[in-house]
Design a protein around this ligand. Structure first.
Ligand SMILES: NC(=O)c1ccc[n+]([C@@H]2O[C@H](COP(=O)([O-])OP(=O)(O)OC[C@H]3O[C@@H](n4cnc5c(N)ncnc54)[C@H](OP(=O)(O)O)[C@@H]3O)[C@@H](O)[C@H]2O)c1
Length: 252
């Protein structure tokens, strides 16, 4: 299938490892121009090497912490340096297992910022030029926790908020030619992931989790999530604005 992504300019926020790295390598294989952002320069340099080998037309990276900067200013700076983006993927987020759901607004604001509002703040700068051009794809990485509402309450709630943002704002944007959507992974494992340690230890939690919560009876891979992101970014997904798409191994 020709995805029509060749030469597209892609911004991936959170691209140094895990699902974000899989997404970067996926766009590289489609011969895209990639700008990758994360906090760890060494990891980004590794992704760059792999992406160029896989066929990226160009690969630039920015070492930034989106929890510790003015995200609107960051988005403006990225557009000044690289021009307008065709596709933006917001991948930063996480399960917040160390956070206290009985904490106050600072805990909840952290969860919302990490999983949704830092990206939304960037969108306030990145999306208007897309609307003016009548073209753009903005894809958030949500989680199936957003609909199952299991796991850490801060995480599930923040992702549910993100899904509501995607649905409601996605509908507003639909007539403009800009697609705003999300992918909701189930549990994904990779070197260094939350589940990786338990898998390597042969921990009984793994079998228990898979049997009760992931009908496919295995973890997903970053590539399986990336494939859906690529499809949503492509010219084949022209009738899907405002959607939150599960890629979850039949999570239950
Ligand atoms: N893994 C799963 O099972 C799973 C399931 C459902 C949904 N998801 C969602 O998928 C997304 C990726 O998950 P993952 O497991 O691949 O996460 P991960 O391994 O923690 O990777 C997150 C990426 O974001 C970057 N990042 C983290 N904090 C950042 C910050 N403050 N500023 C800039 N970059 C930052 C990380 O790089 P640096 O550390 O170098 O900054 C990394 O590239 C998240 O939104 C997560 O909620 C994951």
């Amino acid at each position: 299938m020709d995805l029509g992504l060749e030469n597209k300019k892609i911004l991936i926020v959170g691209a140094s490892k895990g699902i974000g790295r899989g997404i970067a390598v996926g766009f590289a294989s489609e011969h895209c121009r990639i700008v990758a952002l994360a906090r760890t320069a060494e990891l980004l340099a590794e992704v760059k090497q792999e992406a160029l080998q896989k066929g990226a037309v160009s690969f630039d990276y920015e070492v930034r912490d989106i929890m510790d900067c003015d995200t609107k200013a960051l988005a403006r700076e990225l557009m000044e340096k690289y021009g307008e983006f065709d596709v933006v993927v917001h991948n930063v987020g996480g399960s917040l297992v160390s956070r206290n759901h009985l904490g106050g607004a600072e805990e909840w604001n952290h969860a919302l910022k990490f999983n949704a509002t830092a990206a939304i703040d960037m969108n306030s700068v990145l999306i208007p030029p897309m609307v003016n051009r009548g073209y753009g794809k903005v894809i958030h990485i949500s989680s199936i926790s957003a609909v199952m509402l299991r796991g850490n309450p801060l995480y599930a709630s923040a992702k549910a908020f993100l899904n509501a943002y995607v649905t409601t704002v996605g509908r507003q944007l639909a007539p403009t030619g800009v697609t705003l959507c999300s992918v909701m992974p189930g549990a994904v494992a990779f070197e260094g992931s939350y589940w990786d340690k338990f898998i390597k230890e042969g921990h009984p939690r793994v079998e228990d989790f898979l049997r009760h919560h992931q009908a496919i009876n295995r973890f997903g891979t970053p590539e399986e999530v990336a494939d859906m992101v690529l499809f949503l970014a492509s010219e084949k997904a022209t009738f899907m604005p405002g959607t939150n798409i599960p890629v979850d191994g039949a999570n239950m």
